[in-house]
Design a protein. Sequence first.
Length: 708
Amino acid sequence: MTGPDEPLLRVRDLSITFDTGREKSQAVRGVSFDVAPGEFVGMVGESGCGKSVTSRALIGLVDKPGRTTGGSVVFEGRDILAMDPAALRSVRGRRICTVFQDPVASLNPVFTVGQQLALVMLTHSTPGGTARAEQLLRDVEIPAAAKRLRQYPHELSGGMRQRVMIAMALANDPVLLIADEPTTALDVTVQAQILELLQRINQDRDMAVLFISHSLDVIADVADRVLVLYAGRLVEQGPTAEVFAAPAHPYTRALLASVPRADGTPLTALPGPAAARLRLHGPLLGAFRSLRHRPGPHLPYRRPHRGLLDPARRAPTPFRRTRSSPCRLTHPPPETSTENSTADSAGTGGDLLKPGGNDSRELLKPGGNSSGELLKPGGNDSGELLGLDGVERHFRTGYGDVRAVDGVSLTVGRREAVGLVGESGSGKSTLGRIALRLEDVSAGSIRFDGDDITRLRGERLRLLRSRFQMVFQAPVATLDPRMRVGDLIAEPLRELLGLGAAERRARAAELLDLVRLPPHLADRYPRQLSGGQAQRVGITRALGPGPDLLVADEPVASLDASAGAQIISLLAELRAERGVSFLFISHDLGVVRHLCDRVAVMYLGRIVETAPTETLYRRPRHPYTKALLSATPGAGGLRERIVLRGEVPDPTDIPTGCRFRTRCPVGPLTHPERTLCEEAEPPLTAGPDGGSVACHFPHDDHHTAPVR
């Protein structure tokens, strides 16, 4: 057991190597840190930096060809790395529990939720049976707990499955919970619920939490202390508020500045491609020399750390106060002018998008970008490119008709970028597919460049497809694994433009250069690409036919902050240089603010609010929009957090009246006298600010504050 001033977990000089037979790769190199009893510690870094493999080593789960080659992991006075299998089983699942990123992969599809909870308790002889399993589901705020015990994982939503995983982790009353990217695949409102739940568990049970994430905004919202990993090394650690307000290491500064934020903070990308920066055989600081004298005031975390825990319980023990970084620059950089900073980095190879070009690390601001003034609301070319009028898409299932899109009207102008936001299940992706005629409509009409294309078929539709293309969320899933990158890029050039082999090769080389991918990648297969590279290939395929309109469906949702910043800047440059219009679908409102002129907010198949981007972010009118903005990680200090209870209603059983009333913080739930919300569905009504809103009480400012 540990004393009051001793860490619960003490990791010292942990090293992990992967030996594939052809080469050895050191994934973790001399990592040391502590976790105190009851402490909430965040671990952050890019994909491939060693976060997940470090967490697996803490419970003895490093799989071959990986092996622990050095160091110690002392938990409650015992070295986990020296334990035999029987001793490990007594710790895993009882004293230390893990919640993984993908609950679908972690839950057994052939057992009910109740059976899986019972198995966890039975393995460690924990009493309680069905009654305890039901109580665990209540503890993680799953409604109708008795009913859920009889259901299978596929019958639950993504957020509910993650809650089941947390309930399983809590079943044996552990003292340390390791959460490995538990909210990455969730939209912002469900993510806010899970984060609040983990904070409450941390407080109520005095349970230590090691929270692993690539989202710095999430870490800022929940963690007492933060560990920053880069290329298998711990490059900085310290109290979260201190590290984010005055980061010591250049990598931490660059990582913070690459996060798209809903408050409009300028977006700055990390220098160079991630693959080059994460190469394990060079100097750790090499890729960041150009950032040593970067100015610091633009960093987004200039706010007090916000959390649910009593401040008295956050009083740091001596080892919790430790602030460290292996960088020689162990203090924030001196204040320098932007001009001096740019001159200092010129010619260092730090340009993200164009090797040998000018310094473009300051890639994008709302309303501006590296290549000039970004098109603003009202600044796009006049004329409609895409028009949707009252479109509906209903699906017939064994449970009833699903009204995925239910009477939506929306336009996208020439050279305009329109953001479409909402929770999972709101109908965003279906609407995007309808816009490109990948889904037929049940009712309504679609116009493209003035022509009605609602019923267009055959060769005429195929020829038109060269003018509108889609960028999908999961690039690897949409790229044929049997084809090389060059062939993947050439395929639409052959099918839609009829180009010959020589023309296709030349055009593919031009497109690779356009999206800043090296020519040798043309000979690789999709599995040999990073996530960011695969998404660039997807963008390249979409750009090949020379479209006027791109529908981008969550193009950065699966990427870490640095790779996402690269894709965001690339899309902004394409828009500015080529005049491409965008329908940008996302649940990340920070990304939308950086790219879009107008925003449409969608809920349960209908648009509930539209407005010019800055108007919507500064003066949202619909309570659902306010909740989405407040739930965005990093919004703390800018607006009061509104955590929506419950989930999006079943689209086969849509509530009468206002569809949002069952979750609305200003509707009948809190104001029973507002029966109008139950009786009539509010129409989408134009407002004086160029927007429109579908709400009976749009001027109710309960639970909201304007962005500063």
